[in-house]
Design a protein. Structure first.
Length: 115
């Protein structure tokens, strides 16, 4: 199933990529029908059509995102989990959600890899 439509999201993706892909160690690639962003091999989040899912936010940050943007649970293959889709309607929303994305990046980039 395809959850990400490149044509609909092209402007949002350009704005998102312009910032996130400049962060050290961040890459993106399509995976499971979404456009995923990683630091090393750790998920930061992924773009879906008309929104973003930021991985493993604190309960406080997740609540702030829900109150500010609304959204809905992310559903994959009929299953709904703890992941939340934050709507991105335009470039202003990308700027507003970026502090949460940055916080996730800082969290995963500061943890040492287990060897």
């Amino acid at each position: 199933m395809k959850y990400y439509d490149e044509e609909k999201m092209s402007e949002i993706r350009k704005a998102f990529d312009a910032e996130v892909l400049t962060w050290k160690g961040v890459s993106s690639r399509p995976m499971m029908g979404c456009l995923c962003y990683f630091y090393d091999r750790k998920f930061i989040g992924f773009l879906v059509t008309n929104g973003i899912v930021v991985m493993k936010l604190s309960e406080k940050d997740q609540t702030m995102l829900k109150e500010k943007f609304g959204g809905k649970p992310f559903e994959m293959a009929g299953q709904t989990g703890r992941l939340w889709i934050t709507p991105l309607k335009g470039l202003e929303d990308v700027r507003s959600v970026m502090p949460f994305v940055r916080k996730r990046y800082e969290e995963v980039s500061s943890t040492r890899a287990k060897t």
